[in-house]
Design a protein around this ligand. Structure first.
Ligand SMILES: *Cc1c(COP(=O)(O)O)cnc(C)c1O
Length: 434
């Protein structure tokens, strides 16, 4: 399969380059030349398949030409070692729990798949791979966990100082070994811009064999489409889901569009954001106006310039009319999000994290005017990752902290402070890695 840049369809590369380079030199994003569709045979039996079998079918549709079936099956099975259960709060009001992985956020799906695919693609290479990743909170932890101790790889994480939760920070800064955290004096958008700029410096990118683990990397998106199909398979036949996706960089929603492209019947998508609402505003007005990100309690969605927007455009025929006919956009304030956390607890005895609460608000609003189709709100992180917000709203001890998170509290943070300028990152890479 060939991959092309969204900026230039004639710039085509193979799988290894698309995944390891992450970003075309023209600053577009890689897209598969032919968007795969799963066969009618698959859609006849899909409801009877396991999560792993569905995942393999999807991965095979994208990567089967380049990766032998046995290796791909191993990659999928190594990724999906935990479930994505669907919980019903009330009839029609479902929560898709995506936080059962090692770092308690949905990013584990993408990061674990990517680490395994990259390891396979570089199995015969000599040069060490340097994985650069900007994080608004959860990506860094998932990527660090997925690559920790993977031979031949080193991970450099950039995170915005003071803008990730205490436990998120511990997930990034306590692993050691081949994982280094850079604490950037700036915003997530600054971190993202720094990473992009390092890639666009061809000399740097080649010299240190840089690769990106952000959702600009296609290998993170494909495994996220697994759970759209898996969750839909659990609804009664003929009932199509409304997926409500709490969004920041819009990788997760893009993965939903990929699932629909593969042939999954989807009633509608809802893009739910916090006050960083550039996509909901675009869907209303047709004007796309990125802005500096605003800090909120759903910090993993504090993105002012969503990097997957061009992929969403590509998957909706580069047409505003088409996009807005398939995706409804809505945003909520921190006050509304806090109220939703309290309300869901008191009505359903369920603890939603701030990101899931934004989705749930959007789902409730949708159901009020669209009867008949169930909403599946994606719960993207375990509430314990945002213990401060949860305890403020629900009281001390209201959320049980899973053991794998609790053990981090006592570990020593180790991070390197750095300014928010691209040049500072370039210099650090040259000084440290050479
Ligand atoms: C990353 C993240 C999001 C946003 O996902 P995108 O794919 O960037 O839109 C939402 N919730 C949580 C908990 C996250 O970590």
């Amino acid at each position: 399969m060939l991959y092309h840049s969204t900026n230039n369809p004639s710039h085509q590369v193979g799988l290894k380059e698309a995944i390891l380079r992450s970003l075309p030199p023209d600053n577009g994003l890689y897209m598969p030349d032919q968007l795969p569709v799963l066969s009618s045979d698959f859609w006849t039996i899909w409801r009877h398949l396991s999560f792993q079998e569905m995942g393999f079918a999807v991965a095979d549709a994208f990567f089967g030409e380049d990766v032998p079936a046995a290796a791909l099956r191993e990659i999928v099975e190594g990724t999906l070692t935990f479930d994505a259960p669907l919980t019903m709060l009330a009839p029609g009001d479902f929560i898709l729990e995506l936080f059962h992985g090692p770092t308690l956020a949905f990013k584990d799906f993408g990061a674990r798949f990517m680490a395994r695919l990259m390891a396979w693609l570089t199995r015969d290479d000599d040069q060490e791979l340097t994985v650069l990743v900007a994080t608004s909170g959860d990506t860094g932890g998932a990527v660090a966990s997925a690559f920790h101790h993977v031979p031949g790889t080193r991970v450099v994480i950039l995170y915005p100082k003071g803008k990730v939760s205490g436990l998120q920070e511990k997930q990034l800064t306590t692993l050691g070994g081949n994982i280094t955290a850079l604490e950037v004096d700036g915003s997530f958008d600054d971190c993202q811009a720094m990473v992009k700029s390092a890639f666009l410096d061809q000399d740097l990118a080649r010299k240190f064999n840089l690769t990106s683990a952000n959702s600009i990397n296609l290998s993170r998106l494909v495994p996220q489409s697994f759970y759209y199909i898996y969750s839909a398979s659990q609804l009664p036949e003929g009932v199509n889901p409304v997926f409500v996706v709490p969004s920041g960089n819009f990788g997760n929603l893009t993965a939903g569009l990929l699932a629909a492209q593969l042939g999954l019947p989807v009633e509608h998508f809802i893009a739910a954001t916090n006050r960083n609402d550039v996509v909901p505003r675009y869907l209303r007005s047709g004007n796309y106006e990125p802005h500096p990100s605003i800090a909120t309690i759903s910090n993993a969605m504090d993105v002012g310039s969503p990097s997957n927007f061009v992929r969403m455009q590509a998957l909706t025929g580069n047409s505003w009319d088409n996009m807005k006919s398939r995706i409804h956009g809505v945003s909520f304030s921190d006050e509304q999000t806090r109220a939703a956390i309290r309300e869901v607890k008191s009505m359903h005895d369920y603890e939603l994290d701030p990101h899931g609460a934004v989705a749930w608000l959007a789902a409730r609003q949708w159901r009020a005017t669209h009867a008949g189709h169930p909403t599946l709100s994606l719960e993207t992180a375990h509430p314990a990752k945002f213990i401060d917000v949860m305890e403020t709203e629900l009281g001390p001890g209201s959320v049980e902290i899973p053991e794998r998170l609790a053990v981090l509290a006592d570990r020593e943070k180790s991070a390197i402070p750095i300014s928010n300028e691209a040049a500072a990152l370039h210099q650090w890479l040259r000084d440290t890695l050479s």
